[in-house]
Design a binder for this molecule. Sequence first.
Ligand SMILES: Cc1cc2nc3c(=O)[nH]c(=O)nc-3n(C[C@H](O)[C@H](O)[C@H](O)COP(=O)(O)OP(=O)(O)OC[C@H]3O[C@@H](n4cnc5c(N)ncnc54)[C@H](O)[C@@H]3O)c2cc1C
Length: 310
Amino acid sequence: MQKIQENVPLAPLTTFKVGGTARYYVQVTDTTSLMKAREFAEKNKLKEYIFGGGSNILFSDKGFSGIIIHMVGGGKEAENDRIYAGAGVPLGDVVSLAQERGLSGIERLAGVPGSFGGAVRGNAGAFGTEIGNIVEKVKAIDLKSGILREFSQSDCEFGYRTSIFKKYPHLLVLSADLRLKKGADPDALLATMRETLAKREAKHPQDIPSAGSFFVNPIVTDKSLHEIFERDSGMPSKNGRLPAGWLIDRVGLRGKQIGGAKISNQHPNYLINTGNATAEDIITLASIAKTRVRNEFSIQLKEEVQYVGF
Ligand SMILES: Cc1cc2nc3c(=O)[nH]c(=O)nc-3n(C[C@H](O)[C@H](O)[C@H](O)COP(=O)(O)OP(=O)(O)OC[C@H]3O[C@@H](n4cnc5c(N)ncnc54)[C@H](O)[C@@H]3O)c2cc1C
């Protein structure tokens, strides 16, 4: 296990670049180091928080008074049509490994930031691909009992941006195996990845500090709203949901700014840090968006981003 550090600034570890300090912080690479970190937490009666790539988290301005357990690495391997990877491996490295080995099925996740474990936990998806569809099995530890468990794809209860690991945060993803399709041309996969990255960049510059889509796209039962959306955007609505960004735009909040936090002009479901945003600015802006959408459409937006330390 790496040395446990004290009073570690959290902002630089996240894509939002916001947040105070962690009382304790440690990087863990395997089950043994994870256990040691947990022993320390137990002995010192500390709250624990599992951290992957920091791309879906908003830390409070006062930070976190317990211990941040940062999952890093864990190894990756490709064999036949399978890829195994540890939770702390960047998702992008898994996508690249698949491309090099001519394994297709994950190339449209190129550019989704964060760790492999974080992606499995949130069933990360983009451009019609969801990681849950290609997961074969997941190794996880039950942090309550300390028992290691293996989950088949159906045990994982993957759904839109969710899984059993999100539903029950005491289930920590340690690693997962993906099943992909053999025999793809690595050059063709690379071309698809590049095209995907270009599309992402056109939708929203990916290097502006944010946590990606801030709200989950809500299920909307009002048919007339779907009709308006379809007329407006020229696109069909999907699975009974409407884009949160479209709703935020409809209530006139595109470009709205509070302190250093701003609703992106380009993609209104992105709340961005213009440089000096505090967590307070961001949650104030988020609550304005939630209130306005609720008042206007009776729709309750829910955060995809995880609030920590509030
Ligand atoms: C610019 C940008 C673009 C994005 N685009 C997309 C997109 O296209 N599609 C998409 O789905 N997401 C997107 N996201 C959101 C984000 O990248 C994903 O949600 C990502 O999978 C989060 O992984 P992470 O490792 O960064 O998680 P973190 O931010 O580190 O953690 C998020 C949550 O997951 C938990 N967690 C982390 N690791 C584990 C683990 N091993 N086991 C159990 N729980 C764990 C944490 O406790 C926390 O609750 C985007 C984000 C940004 C900043």
